[in-house]
Design a protein around this ligand. Structure first.
Ligand SMILES: Nc1nc2c(ncn2[C@@H]2O[C@H](COP(=O)(O)OP(=O)(O)OP(=O)(O)O)[C@@H](O)[C@H]2O)c(=O)[nH]1
Ligand SMILES: [Mg+2]
Length: 460
């Protein structure tokens, strides 16, 4: 979908609150005729004579017929979200009323808004930059405290101002070097190559940090992947159910019950964790179970955290130590979780306490010490990372532009090393500037815009 220039002149309308029956529904209009058209169907005060940011009670009428009693809020351009005239009509939340009001306005020449069109107009009128517009979308979809925080700080511009500042410094160098091109004969140097290198290296460090933060950002959006692994019958499915507080996975005393992944999310301390129950790890002759086991091993490699679960009533230390050894080689952070404390023999508990003092003892079956386990999980993922005001990249498009920025910055450095000619150097800098500009929307193409805004829902 694309927006033509003519589209931008239209006055648009959409339901701003969710579809369905609520106590109140809000219908929003934006465009130069928003107030004028509303005034034509509104009985109460003359809306065209009211001040911005005021609310008015009255009725919406189709001819003589009253559709609803409403409250109308008025925002006069440019002091509104879209920087155009905006009207918000609060009606009663029946879908019949909503449809009647929408139809009435459409008959009067107002056009239904396309997905994201309000936000796009806000962007086009300089209300915020692209990274912020996308953060609006993220904020709407944020369902945990940490993803909410990340989106909020991005929307407030933390992310973009950093990029813009760097970009400005680089623009200065690019123009200096381009200026030198005009004076080739004289062989002058306006831009100190040492300063340029220092700046490029500084930008590169920040860009790399932002690229790294993408992993973290992803985790915030999609949940920390946490694999529950261990021998068959250790109680993995029981633990998943206990953490989720529902009977999600089948539990039985038959070893090899779980053969595929079963996963679900819960929020701990404001962070979403995605717990994944797996097929028990053992040598097996059952083909299907064997596939399950090898998939478990794959899944463990990509996890952010592994809960290594073992059965205190049916495991010896030799076996546990062998497993722990393997886990250490894997390099994924893991917790040693001893299950079935209710059935444990005294001596294995004592041995574990000396050899592995960090073991967490639980009973998944009796929901014993689950709180202790949860707090250790939270400690391990180092929540401070999630809570600091640090900029976190959560958007694939930004990630992509950052990676391309990095490549072109590295090209600039190689160019400096090899003392390439100024026109090549300037070209590489311009490329880096282009990709940085893509993030903040200083460089845009219609395709890019259409693509971003079409991901919004109608009414946003
Ligand atoms: N006594 C006791 N039994 C438990 C506890 N946790 C789980 N069990 C039992 O251990 C058996 C195996 O539990 P599951 O949760 O199916 O074990 P699993 O690790 O998912 O097994 P697989 O899917 O076969 O790999 C079941 O009979 C559970 O009731 C516990 O804390 N105490
Ligand atoms: Mg199981």
């Amino acid at each position: 979908m694309s927006f033509s220039l003519a589209d931008r002149e239209d006055t648009i309308i959409a339901l701003a609150t969710p579809q369905g029956v609520g106590a109140i529904a809000v219908i929003r209009l934006s465009g130069k005729d928003a107030i004028k058209v509303t005034n034509e169907v509104f009985h109460g005060k003359n809306l065209e004579k009211q001040a911005s940011h005021t609310i008015h009670f009255g009725t919406i009428r189709d001819g003589e017929k009253i559709i609803d009693e409403v409250l109308v809020s008025i925002f006069i351009a440019p002091k509104s979200f879209t920087k155009e005239n905006v009207v918000e009509i609060s009606t009663h939340g029946s879908s019949y009323i909503i449809n009647q009001v929408l139809k009435l306005f459409i008959r009067k020449g107002v056009r239904p808004a396309k997905p994201g069109e309000f936000t796009q107009r806000a962007f086009l009128h300089g209300q915020f930059d692209l990274a912020q517009a996308e953060a609006v979308a993220d904020l709407i979809h944020a369902d945990s405290e940490s993803s909410h925080q990340a989106a909020l700080s991005q929307m407030r511009g933390g992310f973009s101002s950093e990029i813009q500042e760097l970009r400005n410094q680089l623009i200065h160098f690019a123009s200096m070097i381009e200026l030198e091109l005009d004076f080739v004969e004289e062989d002058v140097e306006f831009a100190s190559r040492d300063d340029l290198r220092a700046l490029v290296e500084r930008i590169l460090r920040i860009v790399e940090e932002l690229i790294l933060s993408f992993d973290l950002g992803n985790v915030i959006k999609n949940g920390v992947p946490t694999v529950i692994a261990g021998k068959p019958n250790a109680g993995k499915s029981t633990l998943l159910n206990a953490l989720l507080n529902e009977e999600k996975a089948i539990v039985s005393d038959i070893a090899g019950t779980t053969r595929d992944f079963i996963e679900d999310e819960i929020s701990l301390g404001g962070v979403i964790f995605r717990f994944i129950d797996t097929a028990g790890l053992r040598e097996t002759t059952d083909t299907i179970e064997a596939i399950g086991v090898s998939r478990t091993q794959e899944k463990m490699k990509t996890a952010s955290l592994i809960l290594y679960l073992f059965d205190l009533s049916d495991t010896d230390l030799v076996e546990i130590n062998r497993d722990i050894n393997k886990l250490e080689n894997l390099g994924v952070p893991f917790l040693k979780v001893a299950n079935k404390i209710d059935k444990a023999k005294e001596n294995i508990i004592n041995q574990l306490k000396t050899q592995h003092p960090d073991t967490i003892f639980i009973s998944a079956g009796n929901k014993e010490n689950l709180e202790g386990l949860k707090s250790r999980i939270l400690e391990l993922v180092n929540l401070d990372k999630f809570r600091t005001g640090n900029t976190i990249v959560t958007n694939v498009r930004h990630y992509d532009s950052l990676t391309k920025t990095r490549e072109s910055l590295l090209d600039v450095l190689t160019g400096l090393d090899n003392q390439v000619t100024n026109d090549f150097l300037a070209m590489d800098i311009r490329r880096a500037l282009h990709f940085l500009g893509e993030i903040t929307g200083q460089v845009t193409t219609d395709d890019l815009l259409a693509n971003i805004f079409s991901k919004f829902c109608i009414g946003k």
